[in-house]
Design a protein around this ligand. Sequence first.
Ligand code: UT7
Length: 340
Amino acid sequence: MKTILKKETFAGIIGIGSHLPSKTLTNFDLEKIVDTSDKWIKTRTGISERRIIDDNTGLSDLAVSASKKALFDAGLEITDIDLIILSTCSPEMVMPSTACLVQQKLGAKTIPAFDISAGCTGFIYAVAIGAQFIETGCYKKVLVIGADALSKHLDWTDRGTCVLFGDGAGAVVLGVVEQGYGILSNYLAATGAGANLLKIPAGGSGLPATKDSFVKKLHCVQMNGNEVFKFAVRALPQATNAALRKANLTVDDVDYFIPHQANIRILETAARKLGVGFDKIVNNIDKYGNTSTASIPVALDELWQSGVIKKGDVMLLVGFGAGLTWGANVIKWSKTTSSN
Ligand code: UT7
């Protein structure tokens, strides 16, 4: 096989874990809150229920739980980690970064820690960033987390958004893996021209939180669902093909597609456009809804825990989200065992 992979050091996933809050909010619960129905939500999105964070739990707590499981899966301690990258669009605070809160709660000493914001594509971006540090020899082990609690930013009177999202966190430890395994390619893209289609307008420096912003619910998610849908069904196949091309592979080489879990109809349309059987598309949207940047690592962790992934399997992680952003990672699985 001809190859375009020139790197000598390959970064890959050596540990993975996830954490979902225990509180479940079903479609039937939502019927009592807003003018919607279980039937509408299931047919239009594929979602049956989602997990919601309680008032005593912070986003950093979700991220810490997922990280501890990923460290355990890798057979590592926090002292083995050189860098923490946390992707989120619902940080615990505007400042400091949630990554620093996680660093402290995990008992890490002074290793660097920072957040990135790339909407629901954040985990894809964070894996690509983390891999660069390893491939250049700068760091040996990087903890990459995708965590979101968008339930804190929902307008519970807006049926167009409040039925879609859930909370959760997923984490991976990236480390050096065997040559030819691990992250084979990354494809990242963005277009700020679509910034208005999916946003939380208030709470930043452009529109600081005020009584007025609160009353107008400007701290809540606003979305043009139809336009985001159209974007998503273009972006998923485009990112998939672009990342596979960079790895010199085709869709036929992929064992599992792990897409951002936003809407089952988006996944069905993307699979059709790619000519991929739906049995290869990993989806858990019925149980968790759209957990934003957590959805890909949570789905990947569930697949890993189910025991079906074998060393050498090719995984295609692909996402889209606010920004607008989109992207994909191609990963040749290098792990053989889990410590769990
Ligand atoms: O992480 C990335 C972020 N987001 C996404 O990926 C979301 C992408 N977009 C979507 O998934 C879909 O556009 C939605 C699920 C948001 C909406 O589905 P849709 O099939 O595009 O519905 P629609 O917005 O075109 O609305 C159709 C009808 C409207 O009623 P009328 O005007 O036809 O009378 C809506 O008011 O459905 C109504 N509707 C609802 N009805 C019951 C919208 N939301 C609901 C609801 N329950 N929750």
